[in-house]
Structure formats: structure tokens, C-alpha cells
Design a protein around this ligand. Structure first.
Ligand code: ATP
Length: 299
């Protein structure tokens, strides 16, 4: 079984601040890290470190950030298919983190939105039925819909993380098997949280819904089946950037390595993996290592 992640690649510029800025106010900050990021890349890195054969399709511009992305991805076990586009800027995120681990993130999506559909479809031609197609909200609307539709038609298991929020998500649900949402995504897209939100997603055709709630843990709900509660693993959070991406990547890798079914064990593995991420500063550098994931998956 393989995973195909089609999403964004970005550089995360993380700045430590005492508190998140109010509108119209200038505040002081300190550069805390410059790291490989982007939701698509994050999820691909965690899946690949977890031992799942993972291909990442992503677009960059031709600038210095693109070179950094290539260098950092070359250190990962990801099969990276980067499309370098002239005339666009490589995407980056401005991440503000506070001492209590809270963050605010602004992400540019110029390169992600310019990802040529044909390039992504070419790579999807390598996928077999049952492989994972993993997507998020950074690509253009038409590209996202066409890729999700193709994944579904090819018999892939389609996992979607509706972030960052976009107005076009509503028409995507029919193509999605598994959805991962945090609390604000859940509230925004269903008007509800927890079990009620899962029910609303099942009514839209989602087979499995994973709803995460930070330190309150997560639930896994299967249409017509049980709802499983998995608590967060207690830790001292330093920087929560990438917690949700680690959770999704680890859950899918754990499931894939045991045959593909997303179950309670996969969600527990995801909680353990994301607890490691939040206890460290940065994005890629904060993710669990291959050894750490192997140990978690053995439990
Ligand atoms: P982010 O946007 O910060 O990447 P998210 O908002 O997408 O994260 P959350 O619901 O905050 O996702 O967190 C995902 C999972 O990560 C949680 O279900 C939990 O298991 C773990 N997690 C998040 N924050 C903490 C924390 N402070 N301590 C322990 N585990 C945490």
C-alpha cells in the first residue's frame, strides 16, 4: 500500500512573541526557527517517517525558498515530485508562537494554487486501488475537486483535511472517505463539534470522521458504527505547530502498515506522535523521528 499526498510545500518562518498581536498594534518578536512546512509536506513527512511508502506532489517557485525545500525534503524518506514553476513565489508561512504554546499562522498559497493538474494526474496514474490519496485545502478549487474525483474513481481511499478553510469545500464531500478536522474547522463546516459534527459529516457521505480537540483529545467516528474517544497524551506543549498534521500522518501510516483500516490503535498512535511534536519547537524538526514512530507503532 502506498500514499499519494498532493498538497503544498512551504517554508515556516516561526517568530516567538509574548502574545498574539491585536489589530493595529506593532509588537516585538524573535526568530525561533526557519523550517520545512506546509500541510501537505508535513503529513507526507510523518507518513514516510512512519514507514509508509509516500509520494508527495507539490509546486514551488524558482527562488531561494524552493532550494531550501528541496534540500530539506532530500533528507526525508519521501518520494518528492516537486514541480518548479517560473514566475511564482514559493509558499511560506509566518508562524507566531506564544510562551504557552498557542500559535497563529498566515500561509501564502501562490505556488500551491498554481500546481498544474496534469502534473498531479500523471503521478496519480501510478496509484493502485486501496492506496491512500491525502489532500488538504491549499490547492486551487478546480484542481482539488478533479484530483479527489480521480482518486475516488480509481478506488483509492481518499483522506481530506479541510484546512485552510475555503468556501468550495462543501462540494467535495462526495469524494471523501475519511475527514480529519480540528475544532474550528468542525464548527465552521458543520456548525457543531464532537459526535454531533461527526454525524453531520456522515450525513454528507463521509465514512470515517476524525475530530481533534487539542488537549481534549480526539474522536474517531465510523458511519453506522462506534464512536471511539482517544485522550491526548499529557505533555508540556512548547509549540503546537504541526500537531494536526502529525496526528493525521501518523494515524494514516499506522492504519496502512496494518492493512489500511483506521481504528482505535491508529488514533492512539496519532495522539502519542502529536504529543512529541507539540513538546518541541519548529515544524519538520519537531516531528517524531523514524525510531520514535517505530516505537509508537509497536505499542
Ligand atoms: P495545529 O493547527 O496546531 O497543527 P490542530 O488545531 O490541527 O493543530 P489539534 O486538535 O489542536 O489540531 O491537535 C491535534 C491532536 O494533537 C490532538 O487531538 C492531540 O492528540 C494532540 N495535541 C494537540 N495539542 C496538544 C497538547 N497541548 N498536548 C498533548 N497533545 C496535544
Amino acid at each position: 500500500m502506498r500514499a499519494f499526498v498532493i498538497g503544498n510545500a512551504a517554508i515556516d518562518e516561526t517568530i516567538s512573541v509574548d502574545g498574539l498581536p491585536e489589530p493595529g498594534v506593532s509588537i516585538l518578536g524573535r526568530i525561533a526557527s526557519r523550517d520545512l512546512g506546509g500541510k501537505g509536506t508535513n503529513q507526507a513527512v510523518v507518513m514516510a517517517r512512519g514507514g509508509l511508502a509516500t509520494t508527495l506532489v507539490s509546486a514551488t517557485g524558482g527562488d531561494f525558498r524552493s532550494a531550501t525545500i528541496r534540500e530539506q525534503l532530500a533528507e526525508e524518506p519521501v518520494d518528492a515530485r516537486l514541480v518548479c514553476l517560473g514566475g511564482v513565489s514559493t509558499d511560506f508561512s509566518m508562524v507566531l508562537t506564544t510562551p504557552d504554546g498557542e500559535n497563529s499562522i498566515v500561509t501564502t498559497t501562490e505556488a500551491a494554487e498554481a500546481l498544474p493538474l496534469e502534473a498531479a494526474l500523471d503521478v496519480l496514474g501510478e496509484a493502485a486501488p486501496g492506496d491512500f490519496l491525502v489532500m488538504q485545502g491549499n490547492l486551487g478549487a478546480k484542481t482539488t475537486e478533479a484530483l479527489l474525483r480521480t482518486g475516488r474513481e480509481r478506488g483509492m481511499v481518499v483522506a481530506f483535511n479541510p484546512s485552510p478553510l475555503r468556501p468550495y469545500f462543501e462540494c467535495l464531500w462526495p469524494f471523501i472517505d475519511i475527514a480529519f478536522l480540528n475544532e474550528s474547522e468542525s464548527l465552521n463546516l458543520t456548525g457543531r463539534t464532537g459526535r454531533d459534527a461527526a454525524e453531520a459529516l456522515h450525513a454528507k457521505g463521509i465514512r470515517q470522521a476524525v475530530l481533534t480537540s487539542g488537549t481534549d483529545g480526539a474522536i474517531l467516528s465510523t458511519a453506522g458504527g462506534a464512536v471511539i474517544d482517544v485522550p491526548a497524551v499529557k505533555t508540556k506543549a512548547i509549540d503546537t505547530t504541526g500537531a494536526g498534521d502529525t496526528f493525521m500522518g501518523a494515524a494514516l501510516a499506522s492504519a496502512a502498515l496494518r492493512g489500511g483500516a483506521l481504528d482505535e490503535r491508529a488514533i492512539s498512535h496519532a495522539a502519542a506522535a502529536s504529543a512529541l511534536t507539540v513538546a518541541r519547537r519548529g515544524t519538520r524538526r519537531a516531528f517524531p523521528s523514524r525510531d520514535e514512530l517505530a516505537e509508537i507503532f509497536a505499542g
